[in-house]
Design a protein around this ligand. Structure first.
Ligand code: ATP
Length: 315
């Protein structure tokens, strides 16, 4: 697993990662969220030894990346800025990495097959699309069959089939007992991929909890009620001290679950046509939590769109 303690990175005067302490546990997908410039990539780069912490430490399976004799077997990483030699074929790129990490050649065909690049394995990577490059980056991450996998924006540039493939892959890797750390800006995707969340803003930890806990703590919810006797239902629920809003023909009730509302209305003999727990999405919860930490904000002329609040199932 990954263990960070007081992990800090400063560039000049600016602290971009600020005393982060967290663990990425085996057997689950940990989602890494934060607004642009929050410090996610810098943190991930420190995990794999590409940046040196200014203070604090991060270890993978108990030792720092630099101390690992065969790092690709310890932790596999897809990072945004991939160093791919454009003139090299995908297969040669993997061969070169396998040789320098003592990984058998047979593993190359396995990972090419795993990421769906066998048919283009002998093409130069300079001609690869963004999505093909992402797949090759994931092949590199998995080459050493590592127990820890770090994926920075893995679905960037992928089509819907590719996005689903990454989701299933991340879940499968966690199911095999690996520790998986994934960053993404696609909240809807994160909601169905991650078990646990780390949310950072301006380099600081804002939340470190399960997906369910995060939504319960930071997303608003209400019970939507439709009844032919709206006014009577409203009066009854208010008389019980509940917070009720009327929107068109529906009531929105806060402070009680759907069963509680149903019982109250049923006991009073009021017929109910709809009773739904409406929970705002991970995106709403994320926006609420990080509102004060957003560094780059669009100007006042940008049209704002009211988020669509739908009943959302949390895995
Ligand atoms: N080499 C560097 N020199 C100076 N500043 C840097 C360097 N690398 C990153 N930064 C700054 O550190 C901050 C965090 O950047 P980082 O890329 O880690 O954020 P991020 O959360 O991954 O952002 P995004 O979601 O936009 O990818 C940014 O303000 C960035 O400008």
């Amino acid at each position: 697993m990954i263990v960070a303690r007081g992990l800090t990175k400063t560039y000049g005067e600016k602290t971009v990662v600020d005393a982060l302490s967290f663990t990425v546990e085996p057997g689950r997908v940990t989602g890494f969220l934060g607004p642009n410039g929050a410090g996610k990539s810098t943190t991930m780069r420190m995990v794999v030894g590409l940046d040196r912490p200014t203070a604090g430490s991060v270890t993978v399976n108990g030792r720092s990346y630099a101390d690992s004799p065969a790092p690709l077997r310890e932790v596999g990483a897809l990072l945004e800025a991939r160093a791919l030699h454009p003139g090299r074929t995908a297969r040669n790129h993997l061969r070169w990495l396998a040789a320098s990490n003592g990984i058998p050649r047979t593993r190359i065909d396995e990972v090419l097959d795993l990421v769906g690049l066998e048919s283009v394995a002998d093409q130069r990577v300079g001609r690869f699309s963004l999505g093909m490059g992402q797949r090759l980056g994931i092949a590199v991450a998995l080459l050493g069959d590592p127990p820890v996998v770090v994926l920075d924006e893995p679905v960037n540039g992928l089509d819907p089939e590719g996005i689903r493939w990454v989701r299933n892959l991340a879940r499968e890797l966690a199911g095999q007992g690996r520790a998986v750390l994934v960053s993404s800006h696609l909240m809807s995707e994160m909601a169905v991929t991650a078990d646990h969340l780390l949310v950072i803003g301006r380099g600081r930890m804002l939340a470190d909890c399960s997906m369910g806990r995060f939504i319960a703590d930071h997303a608003a919810s209400h019970v939507r009620v439709r009844t032919p006797r709206t006014a009577d239902a409203e009066a009854l629920l208010r008389s019980r001290g509940l917070d009720v809003d009327v929107h068109g023909g529906e009531l929105r009730v806060q402070g009680v679950d759907a069963a509680g509302v149903g019982d109250l209305l049923g006991d009073a003999g009021l017929r109910v046509h709809e009773l739904t727990l409406v929970r705002s999405s991970l995106e709403d919860a994320f926006m609420t939590l990080t509102a004060d930490s957003v560094e780059y904000v669009a100007g006042a002329h940008t049209p704002t769109v009211e988020p669509v609040r739908e009943a959302q199932a949390v895995r």
